[in-house]
Structures are given as structure tokens and as C-alpha cells.
Write a protein that binds this ligand. Structure first.
Ligand SMILES: [Zn+2]
Length: 61
């Protein structure tokens, strides 16, 4: 039988995804386009990226 998830479980889970466990800063989701060169070809991927203090310098340049 599957264990029933309590509201507290869901809340804590949501909270966990909202705050970085490393720097404990709030994670902001922004949409970015990233270009990665792979096998001589540029591949573009875009989508929501979680930004916190760990990678904000990297993401915002
Ligand atoms: Zn972080």
C-alpha cells in the first residue's frame, strides 16, 4: 500500500525545492537560453533554470 502523503510532507518538499540546500538562498526560476557546443555543433536549450547564490554569477554573467 502506498503511503499517504500528508500536507506537511508536501509543504516541506515544496519548501526544499524553493530554497537551495547549499547557500540557503531562495531559488528564483528564470527562463534562459543556453548554448552548448557539442561535437562541433551548437545546441541550444532553453527552459526554466533555478538560480540561487551558487550560480547567479554564472547565469547572469
Ligand atoms: Zn545555492
Amino acid at each position: 500500500m502506498a503511503k499517504k502523503q500528508t500536507f506537511a510532507d508536501k509543504a516541506s518538499k515544496k519548501n526544499k525545492s524553493h530554497y537551495c540546500p547549499v547557500c540557503e538562498a531562495e531559488i528564483t526560476h528564470i527562463r534562459v537560453v543556453q548554448a552548448n557546443k557539442r561535437n562541433g555543433n551548437w545546441r541550444f536549450s532553453n527552459g526554466p533554470v533555478g538560480v540561487c547564490k551558487c550560480n547567479e554569477a554564472e547565469v547572469y554573467g
